[in-house]
Design a protein around this ligand. Structure first.
Ligand code: ADP
Ligand code: ADP
Ligand code: ZN
Length: 216
């Protein structure tokens, strides 16, 4: 089973992808995580991407498609993958089809997380994650059980993304509206779109997605 999670920044893609990874052994493919790893490693791609990401704009299709293509060559994707944050443009949607065709893979569902834009700034500015294992949290919607310790690994170190501030989020939302939303009809015409209410509590959204994946 190979799926795309589609939705604006803060819609819950990363949260749900992590749950699918744990619950079903699928592999989360987050182009945002891949780019942040390149930035942290100081690679040439990372150096190019950093300023663009900090501004809340989209990294070039060539760069992002290049790193995704590499990632799809690893064996673990045969367990089924969850694309989180790709494709984000029409060109990326077409590149994805080409890549999957070359590799003999196919898409089963494109799950659109539908959310109110008003909620997104709040979700993003309250977001943080464990610096050690990456588990995601929110100041109000998903606090660690013990406030100073990660539920998963017990680390006391948390971090925030530099682009998770209100100004950058507004740019990211505008990019989503202008460039990503228009790719929905491309998948709609192939009957791949499944809609989920992303405003529901986290567990509820997980159940909605499970119902889609388990339907036959
Ligand atoms: P995305 O990957 O789509 O940008 P995240 O999964 O990182 O979004 O979620 C953004 C923030 O909102 C995180 O802090 C997360 O804990 C929180 N969050 C995710 N889903 C929900 C939800 N259904 N209700 C409330 N908060 C949520
Ligand atoms: P979010 O889920 O909060 O929108 P991501 O972690 O997916 O954030 O992406 C962070 C940033 O990385 C984006 O704002 C963009 O600059 C860059 N990025 C990630 N994926 C892509 C992509 N498929 N195409 C272009 N830029 C991307
Ligand atoms: Zn942790």
């Amino acid at each position: 089973m190979n799926i795309i999670l589609l939705g604006p920044p803060g819609a819950g893609k990363g949260t749900q992808a992590a749950r699918l990874e744990q619950g079903r052994g699928m592999v989360q493919l987050s182009t945002g995580d891949m780019l942040r790893a390149a930035v942290a490693a100081g690679t040439e791609i990372g150096l190019k991407a950093k300023a663009v990401m900090d501004a809340g704009e989209l990294v070039s299709d060539d760069i992002v498609t290049g790193i995704l293509s590499h990632r799809l060559d690893q064996d673990d994707v045969e367990r089924g993958f969850i694309l989180d944050g790709y494709p984000r443009t029409d060109a990326q949607a077409r590149s994805l089809d080409r890549l999957l065709g070359q590799k003999g893979m196919k898409l089963n569902h494109v799950i659109e997380l539908r959310v109110d834009e008003d909620a997104l700034v709040d979700r993003i500015t309250g977001r943080f994650s464990c610096a050690k294992c990456g588990e995601g949290y929110h100041e109000r919607y998903k606090q660690p059980m013990i406030p100073t310790l990660c539920d998963v690994c017990g680390s006391e170190q948390f971090r925030r993304r530099p682009d998770d501030n209100e100004e950058t989020v507004r740019n990211r939302m505008a990019e989503y509206r202008a460039k990503t939303q228009p790719i929905l009809p491309y998948y709609e015409s192939r009957d791949l779109i499944r809609r989920v209410d992303g405003m529901a509590p986290i567990d509820d959204v997980t159940h909605q997605i499970a119902a889609i994946l388990d339907a036959r």
